[in-house]
Design a protein around this ligand. Structure first.
Ligand SMILES: NC(=O)c1ccc[n+]([C@@H]2O[C@H](COP(=O)([O-])OP(=O)(O)OC[C@H]3O[C@@H](n4cnc5c(N)ncnc54)[C@H](O)[C@@H]3O)[C@@H](O)[C@H]2O)c1
Length: 348
C-alpha cells in the first residue's frame, strides 16, 4: 500500500498487458485464483462487504456499478452489457473500468482498465467453482458462447482440471472458428465444433457464456445433461436473462457466487432462494460432498468482491513494478478549507 503517493495511479490497457507479460499469463491466473479464493474466504468471514450491484437499463443495454470494501480499501467497477456493440459499434459487449480507493482517507489510489481484468477474474471464478465442485476426472469441456469470455474461461479452468478435449458452439460460426483456431494453436487441445445438444451431452464440464437476449428460451436443456456434469452458468446475469432450463436447476446442486444478487439476476431467479444449495464462499470454507452422479451448477452473475481483490492485486503489482501514470483527478488544495483561495483567486 502506498498512501503517500502523489496522485492517482492510472493503469491503461498497455500497463495491464505489461504487468501480465512480466509475470506470465498462467502465473497471473494462478495468483489471481489464490487471491480470489482468499477473497471468498474473507467474504465468508464477513471481512469483505458487498451490496447487490445497482443496475440501470438502457434500450440497448445494461449499466452496473459494483461496489465492495474490505478492511483497507473500497473499490467500484462500472460495467455494461450491450449485446449489439460488436455488430453496430465494433466495441466489446462488456466494457469496464474501475477505481480503488484508500479506506483510510477516501483518496482514489488507482483508476484502471477493467475489460481485460473482468474476463480474467470471471474465468478464474469459474475455475474456483470447478476446482471445488467438478469431478476430479472431468477432462472434456463444452463451451457454449465463443465470444470474449470464452477462452479466459477455458484457460482458467484448464489450470484446475486436466482438459483433454473441447466441444464448442456459438450461433456465430466466425466466433467459433476463431475460438477453435486460438485454442488449438495455443493450448494444443482438440476443439470439436458441434451443436448445443452434442456439446452438452459429450462434456463433463459445461460453460454457458452466451450474450443471449432477455426473455428468450434457455440454451441448455435438462435432458441433455448427463449425471456427474458440472456447469458454470456465466451468461445469465440479469433479470429475465437465463441460460439453463428450470427443471435442470431443480435437478442439480445450485451454488451461486453471491446470493443477494443471484436471486434476481442469476439462474437462481427461476427457482427462488430455497433451491440455492449454498454460495461458493461457504463451499470453500465447508467443502460439500458430491456424489459421482450429482449435477452441480455454479451460477455466476459477477461478484464485486472479485473486482476488489483483482484491483488490489494489480495495484500492488503496478506499484512494485513502477507501472502506470500519476494523474491529478482528486485535487489537493493548498488551503484545505478554502477552495476559493486555493483555486479561484485569479478566476472571476
Ligand atoms: N458472470 C460474470 O461475472 C460475467 C462477467 C462477464 C460477462 N458475463 C456475461 O457473459 C456473457 C458473454 O460475454 P462476452 O463478453 O463473451 O460477450 P460476447 O458478445 O463477446 O460473446 C458472446 C457470444 O455468445 C453468442 N451467443 C449469443 N446467443 C447465443 C446462443 N443462444 N447460443 C450460443 N451462442 C450464443 C454470441 O454470438 C457471441 O459470440 C454476457 O452475457 C455477459 O453478460 C458474465
Amino acid at each position: 500500500m502506498n498512501i503517500f503517493q502523489q496522485d492517482t495511479l492510472l493503469l491503461e490497457e498497455s500497463d495491464i498487458l505489461y504487468l501480465i507479460k512480466k509475470i506470465g499469463l498462467k502465473n497471473f491466473l494462478n495468483q489471481l485464483r489464490n487471491n480470489l479464493e482468499s477473497g471468498f474466504k474473507d467474504f465468508f468471514l464477513q471481512k469483505i462487504q458487498v451490496p447487490p450491484r445497482a443496475e440501470f437499463f438502457f434500450p440497448r443495454g445494461t449499466m452496473e456499478s459494483m461496489p465492495a470494501k474490505d478492511e483497507n480499501y473500497f473499490a467500484c467497477k462500472i460495467v455494461n452489457t450491450h449485446l449489439q456493440n460488436p455488430l453496430i459499434y465494433r466495441l466489446p459487449t462488456i466494457i469496464a473500468c474501475g477505481v480503488l480507493v484508500d479506506g483510510k482517507t477516501g483518496f482514489p489510489l488507482m483508476l484502471t482498465e477493467s475489460t481485460i481484468l473482468t474476463a480474467l477474474r470471471t474465468g478464474t471464478a469459474s475455475a474456483i467453482a470447478t476446482k471445488h465442485l467438478a469431478r476430479k476426472d472431468s477432462d472434456i469441456i463444452g463451451i457454449i458462447g465463443n465470444g470474449a469470455q470464452a477462452i479466459p474461461q477455458l484457460h482458467a479452468i484448464s489450470l484446475v482440471r486436466d482438459i483433454k478435449k473441447v466441444y464448442a458452439y456459438d450461433i456465430d460460426i466466425e466466433a467459433s472458428n476463431s475460438f477453435k483456431k486460438t485454442v488449438e494453436k495455443r493450448f494444443g487441445m482438440p476443439v470439436i465444433l458441434a451443436d448445443t445438444e452434442v456439446t452438452t451431452r459429450e462434456s463433463d464440464i459445461v460453460v454457458t457464456v452466451t450474450c443471449k437476449e432477455k426473455n428468450t428460451p434457455p440454451v441448455v436443456y435438462n435432458e441433455w445433461v448427463k449425471p456427474g456434469t458440472h456447469i458454470n452458468a456465466v451468461g445469465g446475469d440479469s433479470p429475465n436473462k437465463v441460460e439453463l432450463e428450470k427443471s435442470l436447476i431443480e435437478r442439480a446442486k445450485l451454488v451461486v457466487d453471491f446470493k443477494d444478487q443471484a436471486i434476481y439476476e442469476g439462474e437462481a431467479q427461476q427457482v427462488g432462494k430455497d433451491k440455492i444449495c449454498s454460495d461458493l464462499a461457504y463451499v470453500i470454507a465447508n467443502p460439500i460432498t458430491r456424489d459421482e452422479k450429482d449435477i452441480t451448477i455454479f451460477d455466476s452473475v459477477g461478484f464485486a468482491m472479485e473486482d476488489l481483490v483483482t484491483y488490489e492485486m494489480i495495484y500492488d503489482l503496478a506499484v512494485r513494478e513502477k507501472v502506470g501514470k500519476q494523474v491529478n483527478i482528486a485535487s489537493r488544495p493548498k488551503f484545505i478549507k478554502n477552495l476559493y483561495e486555493s483555486y479561484f483567486a485569479e478566476i472571476q
